[in-house]
Design a protein around this ligand. Structure first.
Ligand code: ZN
Length: 217
């Protein structure tokens, strides 16, 4: 494992990248200018093409998560609000690493088809970081309302949002719109229990696979 760099706090780990020689890739967070959380994907692998792979993962995160260059932290990405958004960024990083080199990357729409109930749930930004989830034409239907409420709670959990004033409403405490994050997490909010299990498994793997050199937490 070559020389060790001070990259900040490691927040997530992909222990084997199936799209690139099973290398491990980690996501690091460092506080930069004005307290903004700057994120960097890094690998200690010395394989040819690692820099290009990391570059692809970072670009995928920017597109899929709406991240921007971190002010004063060259090469790092941040959310426009500067907040950590830890749970969301972890999911974003894992999803970016699932993309094969050269594959098309796009932000997901804020709309999800609920197969179980055969309707589509749409999220709409209401300003100041707020979102409203609804099923078109489903107003006044108890079953729809319960499902929308459940998915909204899932989104609140996965994106670390706050409940809004009404059922089906949620907001980011930073007061900033994050359409890409809502799109990214909406599908997972349909089945929160499975998503939480997966997150726990990933965390356990991270602990087991943590190189001994990573003690500077
Ligand atoms: Zn934010």
């Amino acid at each position: 494992m070559g020389r060790l760099l001070d990259l900040g706090e490691r927040v997530e780990l992909v222990s084997m990248d199936p799209h690139f020689h099973d290398i491990s890739i980690s996501l690091y967070r460092e506080t930069g200018e004005g307290g903004a959380s700057g994120y960097l994907a890094h690998s200690y692998s010395g394989k040819d093409g690692v820099a290009e792979r990391l570059d692809f993962v970072m670009r995928a995160m920017a597109v899929m998560g709406g991240m921007v260059p971190a002010p004063g932290q060259p090469g790092r990405l941040a959310f426009a609000c500067g907040e950590e958004h830890r749970a969301a960024v972890k999911r974003l990083f894992l999803e970016a690493c699932k993309k094969a080199p050269g594959s098309k990357v796009a932000a997901l729409p804020m709309s999800i088809y609920d197969r179980k109930n055969d309707f589509t749930i749409d999220a709409t930004a209401t300003g100041s970081g707020g979102y409203r989830l609804a099923v078109a034409g489903g107003e006044g239907d108890d079953k729809v309302a319960r499902r929308v409420d459940g998915v909204t709670r899932g989104l609140i959990k996965l994106a670390e949002m706050e409940p809004g004033a009404e059922l089906g409403e949620a907001r980011f405490a930073c007061g900033t719109t994050h359409d890409e994050l809502v799109g990214l997490l909406l599908g997972r909010a349909l089945n929160v229990r499975a998503a939480m299990r997966e997150a726990e498994a990933a965390a356990a793997r991270g602990v087991l696979a943590a190189p001994s050199a990573q003690q500077q937490t």
